[in-house]
Design a protein around this ligand. Structure first.
Ligand code: MN
Length: 201
């Protein structure tokens, strides 16, 4: 299949002041577009061309680094955009809210643990909330890896991944990754995250 850049479900300036307009524009039209273009080039004429992105992640050890890096980049950014929305945040809803409370004690504790996972990821990568063996779990991955990959140290069904590459925050937050991580929670679409949680239970 030929992969395509998904349209954002909101305008580039809609996540201000938490994520600035220039960062959103470059992140989507340049970074994510490049992952899509380079993924399509890397899979052209190979077995990977016939696989959807989820199947590809699960078998990523069979493919070259260009497929891992760009395929991961495409999957990771797609789930990231769709997990955010303007004027969001608030509190978790539905079965996910119950699971967060029973696993972490509170949504504040979840945020603390996930922010710590993002803050301590050396260099570039992602912090993840996912479902492992029926339970919520938090972990992080380097580069454009994700927990769906067969090579991942922390395998789970992702619910929400936060991009902690410098390109995700540097224009506005410079070196202050922790401030960016704190601000992200004002944009979380909890309805979408609950839908993902329910779908993988
Ligand atoms: Mn990114």
């Amino acid at each position: 299949m030929t992969h395509t850049l998904p349209a954002l479900p909101y305008a580039y300036d809609a996540l201000e002041p938490h994520i600035d307009t220039l960062t959103m524009t470059i992140h989507h039209t340049k970074h994510h577009q490049a992952y899509v273009d380079n993924l399509n080039k890397a899979i052209a004429g190979t077995e990977a061309e016939n696989m959807d992105i989820i199947s590809l992640m699960g078998a990523i050890s069979k493919f070259p680094a260009a497929v891992r890096n760009n395929g991961g980049g495409h999957y990771n950014h797609t789930q990231f955009w769709m997990a955010l929305q303007p004027n969001a945040g608030g509190t978790p809803v539905g079965a996910l809210a119950d699971a967060i409370n029973s696993t972490f004690g509170s949504v504040e504790a979840l945020k603390e643990q996930m922010n710590a996972a993002g803050a301590t990821r050396f260099g570039s990568g992602w912090a993840w909330l996912g479902v492992k063996d029926g339970q919520l779990a938090i972990c992080s991955t380097p580069n454009q890896d994700n927990p769906l990959m067969d090579i991942a140290e922390c395998k789970c069904q992702p619910i929400f991944g936060i991009d902690v590459w410098e390109h995700a925050y540097y224009l506005h937050y410079q070196n202050r990754r922790a401030d960016y991580l704190a601000a992200i929670w004002n944009l979380v679409n909890w309805e979408e995250l609950n839908n993902r949680f329910v779908a993988c239970k």
